[in-house]
Unconditional design. Structure first.
Length: 128
């Protein structure tokens, strides 16, 4: 576990984990704005094989709106990234900690939002 993320191994197949994390994020008020299939992209662009690895761009519209009102250029750090990937036969789910990402802005009011968002995304990850 890193100081910028929260991750865990889950007892699900990769497709099941993708479906489950999408559902648990939805339960916490997040929709998926983007999906980047890293495996497919690396195969297409570089011709290399890579394990299953999906980056999900999760967004809670309420938090995004409030945050953008505080910092207009905050879109540089949005949405919240969640990844699902395979590693040595195991499925892992991980999230970027909003407190780490948004902490670079130096806005105490934004820091409070980051803590709330982090708690919700962490809860979604822990429920997978």
């Amino acid at each position: 576990m890193s100081n910028y993320g929260h991750s865990r191994t889950v007892e699900l197949s990769y497709p099941e984990a993708v479906e489950r994390v999408t559902q648990t994020l939805k339960e916490q008020g997040f929709g998926i704005l983007t999906q980047i299939d890293v495996k497919a992209t690396l195969k297409e662009k570089l011709g290399v094989d890579f394990p299953n690895y999906l980056i999900l761009g999760a967004c809670n519209p309420t938090y995004a709106h409030k945050s953008l009102q505080l910092e207009t250029e905050l879109g540089l750090l949005l949405p919240c990234n969640v990844i699902v990937y395979e590693d040595e036969g195991q499925t892992r789910v991980a999230m970027l900690k909003p407190t780490a990402a948004l902490g670079i802005v130096g806005n105490p009011e934004l820091d409070r939002f980051a803590q709330e968002v982090e708690a919700k995304v962490k809860q979604a990850i822990d429920q997978v």
